[in-house]
Design a protein around this ligand. Sequence first.
Ligand code: FE2
Ligand code: FE2
Length: 234
Amino acid sequence: MALYAIGDLHLSHQVELKNEAQLTGKIWKDHEKYFEQNCQKLLTPEDTLVLVGDHSWGRNLDECREDLEYIMALPGRKILIRGNHDMFWEAKKTNKLNALFAGKLFFLQNNYATYGDVAIVGTKGYCFEGLDSWEHAQMLVEREAKRLEESFEAARADGYSRFLMFLHYPPTNIFEKSSVFTKMAEHYHAEQVIYAHCHGEARFHDSIRGRKHGIEYSLVSGDFLRWHPKKIMD
Ligand SMILES: [Fe+2]
Ligand SMILES: [Fe+2]
């Protein structure tokens, strides 16, 4: 039994893959085929796979149907984090999604999942990338930090003291050494922080990777992992 993670599948069974500069190149050719093969080789039905956001290009649930079916057919239990491209997942409708996909997919936001005695907490996160104003970015960071805190507190209230923390966005932007997210990871003694979102060689070093203040930070975007889920915990 093991827990794996990977992000940014950017599936496009119904809606065409957007021709964004960071999502082109050999690594994206038939990537869903290679990813599925890797999962079939690596994962067993007893394993857990955390998908760290940017699942589908579909703009609503109807347009994501085949992408979500593809995810459901992968081996093991699947836990999903919300990415910036996941238009089908309205923030306030997480409970509805969990009811709709009960026993098939778990949508993680303002709640938590468990893996043995470890709580899996997380949220989309946010960091300033120069695409909006600094003030707007700060507002989104604060909102996401609140959601993350809610996730930690829900797990803590149920007696959990071991945490794995997931974010779609990197925990810090390229200018930061720490952030509200790294501080929260330290405050709750998260064992690991796992994030995705960074595509292409040039962005793989945007944030913290490796050990810092006793916490292991991992980037798990699909192209970085070459579509092999990363083992996070046995
Ligand atoms: Fe992405
Ligand atoms: Fe993203």
